[in-house]
Design a protein around this ligand. Structure first.
Ligand code: SF4
Length: 155
């Protein structure tokens, strides 16, 4: 557990619980995405291991109750990771297109995505390893890919 995680972990309930009552909190997810995707160019998946609120939750809370089983083998296949990425992105884009440009509804889409992926990460974390979700998380996959073409690899 990192000291930074003790701070950022609180952003998870802010979005997944607070966002139910105040959907505009979904834009906090967008702001975090903008930050970590930029950061990944310089430091690859630094966000994942040090700052991500859900990663912190999985490390601090779920690790205590996880069955600690091996992650499904398919999770380490690149094609599967990108398939999950494509599926979730299509899901988000489809839902945003149905909002008619309503800012609150768009915020709710990001809150909903965060709730859905958090539930999946908890189920996977409890039944396999606590960070199983991180093997297939679309944002982790994207950061890894950006990191490969980024500054950290050019040094
Ligand atoms: S892989 Fe996804 S959930 Fe896991 S730490 Fe990275 S961004 Fe967070």
């Amino acid at each position: 557990m990192k000291r930074t995680q003790l701070i950022t972990i609180w952003l998870l309930p802010v979005v997944v619980i607070g966002g139910i009552f105040y959907p505009l909190l979904g834009y906090l997810v967008l702001a975090m995405m903008a930050f970590f995707l930029t950061l990944s160019f310089f430091k690859s998946r630094y966000w994942c291991w040090n700052l991500c609120p859900r990663g912190a939750f999985l490390d601090i809370v779920i690790s205590k109750t996880s069955f600690k089983k091996p992650i499904p083998k398919i999770f380490i296949k690149q094609w599967f990771r990108w398939a999950v990425f494509a599926l979730l992105m299509c899901f988000v884009v489809f839902r945003i297109m149905r909002t008619g440009g309503n800012l609150i509804a768009i915020g709710a889409v990001f809150v909903g995505m965060c709730i859905l992926t958090t539930i999946i990460s908890i189920i996977l974390g409890l039944t396999t390893r606590h960070r199983s979700w991180c093997a297939i998380c679309p944002m982790g996959t994207l950061q890894g890919a950006i990191g490969k073409i980024g500054v950290s690899k050019q040094e």
